[in-house]
Structures are given as structure tokens and as C-alpha cells.
Design a protein around this ligand. Structure first.
Ligand code: PLP
Length: 394
């Protein structure tokens, strides 16, 4: 199996499996639910784990496994597991690591459905959850209890791009035998590799940058082989959020251009953030590529770029924010991010609509906050569309 010291080469060649007798350049799609055994003994041996070979696609599929191998190489972990959605990956990890009576330390600042899972489903199952500022190591230390089993965070955090120090977080958790899980969706392994900083499990909504073309819903978990195997053979197998072979193929295709796309998303992100910051109608821009953003100091330390997502607030109120979003002509009004198209959304009424008003305030999400996921268009065109929509609100 080819592996280079350069991540852009690995995104193209790393983890590629043997292509069989026909030698196709593109990975074959094993679009099959089940696999045929030569005889009963072979089937029994595979079920007993005494023989290699596939059994049934919910347990493992060669196309999906190729994506898993590629992602493990890119994130620098021993193994990876693919899922039918990012939330499938979140729940498979959480339910494999936590049982009734355990305690989870996390943040108010999370993707809305992850927050809903932690705030509603886990307490109903007897799992205790503390929401603290994970960017403050002292707050994390104080939140830890004897039954704390997992620390779960995102960095940069959706939607205000708050950045937490991964080395500090991993250090606190390691001393106490607590498993750390980091959602790396906003950065992709091109800009940030949490495992290099001691994080145990790295999670992605592969729906976003990894796939990159807005045509798949998928998730990935990367981590130590023992833990990943445990998740594959328990919560993934039994709860069933598996990735389809065709979706795995689309994500593999996306990975081949991930490096170039992240470069362009970052260049466009910087241009757009600097434009918005100077605009008289804009109150504040949240983007780690701007020197006044608290995450800026971690650029270079744990992130090699600021990516393509930012949030901003207008000086005027809610109605003007809505009129601005409705006035855009090229940028698409849609949730999600990491696609070729620039996407814009209103977190308080869309991705974070599961939050109560006080929870929105704790997460720093005002009713005028707008999230922009800058795409791959020419930056001039993105700026021109923002300009005409801002002019339209006076
Ligand atoms: N994590 C983050 C940071 C997200 O933005 C999302 C979705 O927007 C998810 C997880 C959930 O992923 P999916 O929509 O693929 O289930």
C-alpha cells in the first residue's frame, strides 16, 4: 500500500487497494449487500473471525473499507470507520463509549443536532452531560468528575469559529484516562489533524469538505484500531448507520481534490472575511484568519489554514439580516458547507433551531448571526453578490 510523507499525494494514492485483474484506475464499487461463501465451513469461519473475507455489507464492504483506509492515513490514525451520516458517526461513538451512570463533558457550542443528542437523548438514558467552555482548560478541569468517560468537542466551533487548544484538552484527558472525541469537519485533515495532538477519536461529517460536491450524506470516525473495531462490531453493526458503497466511492473521488479545494476555500475565505470586516453595514466577523479572532493565535500551531466558514453580524436588526440573505443572487440559501457553491444560512432559525433562546445566548448565537460557507467560485463574484445584497438593505 502506497504512503507518502505528503498529504496531497496520500489523498490521491494512499490506502488504494489492489484493483484485481482488470486494473481499473477508479475504485470498483462493490454494490452488493452480501458475499457468497464457498461452503458452510467458510461461512462459519468468517463469522467466528477465524477466516478473512466479507460476510454482509453492514459488517464491512471493500469499497467502504478503501475509504476507511484512506481516511486513517490522512488523519494519521490506525483505523477508521465509515457511517451513513455525520450524526451516525457521533451516535455510534457516543453510545459505544458511554453507558447509564457515565458523565460526558462537552460544550454549548456544537452543531445543533449533536447538541440535541447530548442535551435531550443522553440525559433520558441516564447519561450525565456538562456543557462548559472547552476553550478554557480550567473550566474543563473543574467539570471533570470521577465518572467522566468522554470529552467531546468541535474546533473551530460551529458557527462562530471558536477555537480550542487540542494539546491542552488532550493533556487534561490523558492524565485521567478520559477518551477525547473531536469533530474535525470544518478543517478536514488537510488543515488540522487532531490525532497528532493526542486526541483519541477524530470525527467528520463527510457530507462536507471530504466529499465536497453536495451529493452525499456520510460520516467518518478515525482512531486507534482497537476502539474503531469495537465501534464497528457494536454500535455500527447493531444500530446500523452504515455508509453505502456508492457513497463511499463518491467520497473517495472527493478526497482526490481535497487539498486543492481546501486551498481555494481558504483563499476565498480570507478575501471575503476581509471584505466583510471593512464593510460599514457589518458589525462583527468571526473568522480565525482575522488577527482579532481569538483562534488566530492557533493558526500554524494546530491549524494550517482558517478554512472557508465564517459567521458575521450586521449592524442593523433581524429583518435586515433576513432581507440581506433573501437578496443574494449567486450564493445559495442552504445549510451545509464544504461544497463548490457558496452557501449561506441563518443558524438561529436553521442549524441551531433546536436551541432554546438562553442556549442560543450561551452559544454566542444572536438572531442576527449569519453563517457563510465560502465556495470555490472566483472570490470577486462572491464579494460582488454580497455587495449587491448589502446595498439592497440600505
Ligand atoms: N458535525 C458538524 C460540525 C456539522 O456541521 C454537521 C452537519 O452539518 C454534522 C456534524 C452532522 O453531519 P451529517 O449532516 O452528515 O449527519
Amino acid at each position: 500500500m502506497w504512503e507518502s510523507k505528503n498529504i496531497e499525494t496520500n489523498a490521491i494514492h494512499g490506502g488504494k487497494q489492489s484493483q484485481g485483474e482488470h486494473g481499473p484506475l477508479s475504485t470498483p464499487i462493490y454494490q452488493t449487500s452480501t458475499f457468497v461463501f464457498d461452503d458452510v465451513q467458510q461461512g462459519a469461519d468468517r463469522f467466528a473471525g477465524e477466516a478473512g473475507g466479507h460476510i454482509y455489507s453492514r459488517l464491512g464492504n471493500p469499497t467502504v473499507e478503501e475509504l476507511e483506509n484512506r481516511m486513517a492515513i490522512l488523519e494519521g490514525t490506525e483505523a477508521a470507520a465509515a457511517f451513513g451520516s455525520g450524526m451516525g458517526a457521533v451516535s455510534a461513538a457516543i453510545f459505544a463509549l458511554l453507558k447509564s451512570g457515565d458523565h460526558l463533558v462537552t460544550s454549548h457550542r456544537l452543531y445543533g443536532c449533536t447538541y440535541a443528542l447530548f442535551n435531550h437523548q443522553l440525559p433520558a438514558l441516564g447519561i450525565e452531560v456538562s456543557f462548559v467552555d472547552l476553550a478554557d482548560p480550567q473550566a474543563v478541569r473543574e467539570a471533570i468528575k470521577p465518572n467522566t468517560k468522554v470529552i467531546y468537542g468541535e474546533t473551530p466551533i460551529n458557527p462562530c469559529m471558536t477555537v480550542m487548544d487540542l494539546d491542552a484538552l488532550a493533556g487534561i484527558a490523558r492524565e485521567r484516562g478520559i477518551v477525547t472525541v473531536i469533530d474535525n469537519t470544518f478543517m478536514s485533515p488537510i488543515l488540522q489533524r487532531p490525532a497528532e495532538h493526542g486526541i483519541d477519536l477524530v470525527l467528520h461529517s463527510a457530507t462536507k469538505y471530504l466529499n465536497g460536491h453536495g451529493d452525499v450524506v456520510a460520516g467518518i470516525l478515525c482512531g486507534p484500531a482497537e476502539l474503531i473495531d469495537q465501534i464497528k462490531m457494536t454500535t455500527r453493526k447493531d444500530m446500523g448507520a452504515v455508509m453505502s458503497p456508492h457513497d463511499a466511492w463518491l467520497v473517495i473521488r472527493g478526497l482526490k481534490t481535497l487539498h486543492l479545494r481546501m486551498q481555494r476555500h481558504g483563499e476565498n475565505g480570507q478575501v471575503v472575511a476581509e471584505y466583510l470586516e471593512k464593510h460599514p453595514a457589518v458589525e462583527k466577523v468571526y473568522y480565525p484568519g482575522l488577527p482579532d479572532h481569538p483562534g488566530y493565535k492557533l493558526l500554524g500551531k494546530q491549524m494550517s489554514g482558517a478554512g472557508g466558514v465564517m459567521a458575521f453580524e450586521l449592524k442593523q436588526g433581524f429583518e435586515q439580516a433576513v432581507a440581506f440573505i433573501n437578496g443574494l443572487q449567486m450564493c445559495k440559501r442552504a445549510v451545509s458547507l464544504g461544497d463548490a457553491e457558496t452557501l449561506i444560512q441563518h443558524p438561529a432559525s436553521m442549524t441551531h433551531s433546536t436551541y432554546e433562546p438562553e442556549e442560543l445566548a450561551a452559544a454566542g448565537i444572536s438572531r442576527t448571526l449569519i453563517r457563510l460557507a465560502v465556495g470555490l467560485e472566483n472570490a470577486e463574484d462572491i464579494v460582488a453578490d454580497l455587495e449587491q445584497a448589502l446595498a439592497g438593505i440600505g
